[in-house]
Design a protein around this ligand. Structure first.
Ligand code: CO
Length: 179
């Protein structure tokens, strides 16, 4: 496995974050290598989700690892590998603050569905259907947005810059809306 560089806003490779990713048609060793690298890169960051465009690969692939133990998040959650994912059902609505590995020190209040059903393929190409609720549903929607070139800030009701206050505590400072 190998760590890949994460594309962030303002980096020379930023345009890949705004592109529509291409459908995966070949489920071979190269794809498996890419998935393994994505998982390693996401864990190292650390993050709970990573879409292929975030490492400069414009293909419809995302990995998610949702921690079941909030106190000790690394490696405790189920790993999802989503290839060519599509949201086929969405229900409910909730605004919450999320982050993104491609937007360091930024947080955003985003309205997301609270339940989704996703149709995707696994690393062998087999079709899978996944049902997700709450925070996991939010992560699915955030990562699938990346595959459409959509960043959380484009959907945000409010964007924040994360800064340290005098005591070293991280605080979210609301940013003026760009119109
Ligand atoms: Co993101």
């Amino acid at each position: 496995m190998a760590l890949r560089e994460i594309v962030t806003l303002g980096s020379p490779t930023e345009p890949v974050l705004h592109q529509t990713a291409e459908r995966v048609r070949v489920f071979d060793g190269d794809l498996h290598q890419l998935l393994d690298d994505m998982l390693e890169t996401m864990r190292e960051a650390p993050g709970v989700g990573l879409a292929a465009p975030q490492i400069g690969v414009s293909r419809r692939i995302a990995v998610i690892e949702y921690p079941e133990d909030e106190e000790n998040p690394q490696g405790t959650g189920r790993v999802y590998e989503l290839i060519n994912p599509e949201i086929i059902k969405a229900k409910g609505s909730e605004v919450a603050q999320e982050g993104c590995l491609s937007l360091p020190n930024i947080a955003a209040d985003v309205d997301r569905a609270t339940q989704v059903v996703v149709r995707a393929q696994d690393r062998t190409g087999a079709e899978v259907r996944l049902k997700a609720y709450g925070w996991l549903a939010r992560i699915f929607q955030h990562e699938i947005d990346h595959l459409h070139g959509v960043l959380m800030t484009e959907r945000a009701e409010q964007v924040y810059r994360l800064m340290e206050d005098e005591s070293g505590k991280i605080v979210a400072v609301p940013l003026e809306r760009e119109t």
